[in-house]
Design a protein around this ligand. Structure first.
Ligand SMILES: [Zn+2]
Length: 151
């Protein structure tokens, strides 16, 4: 069943009427997804309210993912949504190899961590730096988990 065929769950229509009189954000009293979006069963509440078709995304003009005020919602495409997010500077945070100037791949990081056994045992940080053609400081930060925590 697509969200189009799904009747809006019963308390919602009344609620939406109330909401429409309200210019403020209205947060969904029910369950939210991990990223903070209002959820009803396996459906996104905002998709039900906006009758979003497959391929359409519901965008929040208020930037509040838990808000279900139809006045703060508009239908758009995925491309628009991405553009909107970039404009607002909420794009994905770059990490590790995605960062400009980074010269280590995730595989390198794993190899460095596996190879380095500690001071005086096995290859030194200086040697690893030479081997991977990066600074000793970078090797140190990999070993001490200051960077690439996600690897
Ligand atoms: Zn809102």
């Amino acid at each position: 069943m697509s969200s189009l065929d799904m009747p809006i769950p019963s308390p919602l229509p009344v609620w939406i009427d109330e909401t429409l009189k309200n210019p403020e954000c209205v947060s969904w009293p029910g369950v939210h997804t991990k990223s903070g979006y209002a959820r009803f069963g396996k459906y996104r509440v905002t998709r039900l309210i906006m009758r979003a078709k497959p391929g359409q995304v519901v965008m929040h003009t208020c930037d509040n993912p838990g808000c279900i005020n139809p006045l703060h919602l508009r239908l758009g495409t995925q491309a628009e949504n991405v553009k909107d997010r970039d404009t607002k500077g909420r794009g994905v945070v770059l990490r590790g190899t995605e960062q400009g100037g980074s010269k280590l791949t995730n595989a390198d990081v794993l190899q460095i961590r596996a190879t380095y056994k500690g001071r005086g045992k096995g290859p030194s940080q200086a040697k690893l730096a030479k081997q991977f053609n990066v600074s000793e400081r970078l090797i140190w930060s990999v070993i001490t988990n200051r960077n690439w925590r996600h690897v």
